[in-house]
Ligand binder design. Structure first.
Ligand SMILES: [Zn+2]
Ligand SMILES: [Zn+2]
Length: 274
């Protein structure tokens, strides 16, 4: 499905709130990275700083670009022609949408509509991952993972500097329990924010690693999360790159570079090869 015309009309609390919280998270990581890059010792030369800024900019543009395209690309059944002649061949009736829906389509009670080849509702981006926007979801996950890894490595340089000077109980508690240290008045706001964002980077990186690993398996096996947990392998085409092309489109090997690269999907989200 191409970009939904007038997508901004779909803005509601279920979409705006997760996007605002995710935006705040991204902003805090970006500010922390910028702060570290201005510190003495981390960046050794102007060329070194330029390379860091290019890398960080590439990761950030891909995260933001893929999030934007994900939100703009709907996988819902709205505006999709659903041929009733096929009803019965794995089709089901959705009482909420009051229509027959094709195989792999599932109703989302948060989005309030059925979604073609629905995977799951992404709580961080406020929308369902489905047939048309899986590519943007996976690229957001990949670049989010890479960005958090990058931020964690930069934070580690600061930690190593602290360790080199000798790790005190105060610093150790700040890194392990920043909220406790703030509430008991042991640290100021800036130290708390640095430690909190650093912890968030580590936790986010671990979370993204597990999620990326799981979704890489689903991608190469041609499954959705629901089918995987149900042990349903009917839609596995038997070859990993056929499955990847089915999900990411004919330019599946290029979509990872930029969200603007066109990659038409071979299917229509209604009929599936088995
Ligand atoms: Zn429905
Ligand atoms: Zn949803």
């Amino acid at each position: 499905m191409p970009l939904v015309p007038g997508w901004w009309r779909r803005l509601d609390a279920a979409l705006v709130l997760p996007i605002c919280l995710t935006g705040l998270l991204i902003l805090s990581v970006v500010l922390e990275v910028l702060y570290i890059l201005t510190q003495e010792g981390v960046v050794v030369s102007g060329l070194h700083r330029g390379a860091h800024i290019l890398l960080a900019g590439f990761l950030l543009l891909n995260v933001l670009g893929n999030i934007f395209m994900f939100i703009c690309t709907s996988s819902s059944i709205k505006g999709v022609f659903l041929p009733t002649s096929l009803v019965g061949q794995g089709w089901e009736y959705c009482y909420s949408c009051q229509t027959h829906v094709p195989p792999r389509c599932q109703h989302c009670f948060t989005c309030g509509i059925c979604v073609l080849r629905r995977d799951h509702h992404c709580v961080l981006l406020g929308q369902c991952v489905g047939f048309h926007n899986q590519r943007y979801f996976l690229c957001t996950l990949l670049y989010g993972w890479a960005g958090l890894l990058y931020a964690t490595i930069l934070n580690a340089e600061i930690f190593l500097g602290i360790l080199h000077e000798g790790l005190s109980f105060h610093t150790a508690f700040l890194l392990i329990m920043p909220w406790m240290m703030l509430l008991t008045g042991q640290v100021g706001g800036s130290a708390f924010i640095f430690a909190f964002v650093a912890d968030t980077c580590v936790m986010g990186f671990l979370f993204c690693t597990a999620f990326l690993f799981f979704h890489s398996i689903l991608l190469t096996r041609g499954s959705t999360s629901r089918e995987w947990f149900a042990g349903d392998q009917r839609y596995d085409l038997g070859c990993w790159w056929h499955n990847v092309r089915e999900a990411l489109g004919s330019q599946w090997y290029l979509v990872w570079l930029c969200p603007l690269i066109s990659s038409p999907l071979p299917g229509d989200g209604v009929h599936f090869e088995m």
